[in-house]
Design a protein around this ligand. Structure first.
Ligand SMILES: NC(=O)c1ccc[n+]([C@@H]2O[C@H](COP(=O)([O-])OP(=O)(O)OC[C@H]3O[C@@H](n4cnc5c(N)ncnc54)[C@H](O)[C@@H]3O)[C@@H](O)[C@H]2O)c1
Length: 314
């Protein structure tokens, strides 16, 4: 089976490429190395993949690439590329989000029309729900994003559904809940916390640290993509969470114990676009996909810590 992975050099995309190669797939990965975080990090994400037989890498933006050529022989599309990050999505930089999250998705969907694609899996986000007190978040709830990033992810999700309804592109959207693990993006909380702890710096937290998240280990996310390819009906949306919800303060305590560093914690203003709590209702993903997250937060944090120690030595 030949698969196309967009955002292949990113955090989640690179893990997904490795998983698909392990499954025996032929993988074409595309990434434009956007400058949101250093190119060197993305290059190291795919360093191991480049030596794998069955992996081809294309450096290009979806907006400029020859998509017809890229899709030749492809049966599964795993669309992971996007401009991530809630806090950076305000102001003038919103254009980066509309280009990479909305326009790029529309162009890819357009190119997928009338092709023998079995499944198009789109990486959506829990940010489409917004700041709701109605927990756990259900796929049937009315989405109401509170950040421009969330708006762009929801717009692309709607495009996926439109292209299924009108042109039978077999799209499925997975709403990921905060993903972590080895190679986590450097702007994300756990990555920053571990880094600051190891550098002997105080840890900065936006808000009072009592906000909670349904943290999801990247290996569970990758597995969910495969299950969606195999089992989901087209046009559907699924929550993909980690199976439990904990506060940032609880995470900080685990990190203190794991690193053995008794760092100072500095609480800062809540950032615009951040939500208070997330929690995934996963009834649908369990019933339809057989999705069952396996990695606990303690185990996942340990894996991320091992990676970041190695990463900081490089
Ligand atoms: N990490 C999370 O917690 C999380 C949560 C919810 C949803 N998501 C979604 O998962 C996906 C992957 O996120 P990530 O954390 O791995 O981010 P990432 O930034 O590490 O990876 C995204 C990759 O896409 C590439 N890219 C961006 N625009 C492109 C374009 N036009 N053409 C080609 N490549 C392009 C970037 O260079 C980057 O390498 C994104 O769609 C994101 O919105 C992530």
């Amino acid at each position: 089976m030949k698969a196309l992975v967009t955002g292949a050099a990113g955090f989640i995309g690179s893990h997904l490429c490795e998983y698909l190669i392990e499954k025996g797939c032929e993988v074409v990965g595309i990434d434009s190395f956007t400058d949101y975080y250093p190119r060197s990090i993305k290059e190291s994400n795919i360093a191991g993949l480049k030596d794998c037989g069955g992996f081809e890498f294309v450096e290009a933006s979806l907006i400029e690439a020859s998509l017809a050529k890229l899709l030749e022989g492809v049966e599964a599309v795993f669309h992971q590329s996007a401009q991530a990050g809630v806090r950076a999505s305000w102001g003038e930089s919103f254009k980066i989000y509309t280009d990479n999250n909305i326009l790029a998705t529309q162009m890819l969907l357009e190119a997928c029309k009338d092709r023998p694609i079995k499944k198009f899996v789109y990486a959506s986000s829990s940010s489409v729900y917004g700041d709701t007190t109605d927990l756990p978040m259900r796929e049937t709830s009315l989405p109401a994003p509170v950040s421009p990033y969330g708006v762009s992810k929801l717009a692309a999700e709607h495009l996926c559904r439109l292209y299924f309804k009108n042109f039978s592109v077999p799209t499925v959207s997975l709403r990921y809940f905060t993903v972590y693990g080895a190679r986590q993006r450097p702007d994300m909380a756990f990555h920053r916390f571990f880094r600051w702890a190891l550098e002997g710096k105080p840890i900065e937290v936006y808000g009072d640290g009592k906000q909670s998240r349904d943290f999801t280990h990247v290996s569970d996310i990758v597995e969910a993509n495969w299950l969606a390819f195999e089992k989901a009906s087209s046009g559907e949306v699924f929550n993909i969470g980690g199976g439990s919800r904990i506060t940032l303060n609880e995470v900080i305590e685990i990190i203190k114990e794991m690193t053995g560093v008794n760092f100072e914690v500095r609480y800062k203003d809540v950032q615009k676009g951040d939500v208070r709590h997330t929690s995934a209702d996963m009834t649908k993903a369990k019933e339809v996909l057989g999705y069952d997250p396996k990695i606990s937060v303690e185990e996942g944090l340990r894996r991320e810590y091992e990676w970041i120690k190695d990463f900081m030595r490089r």
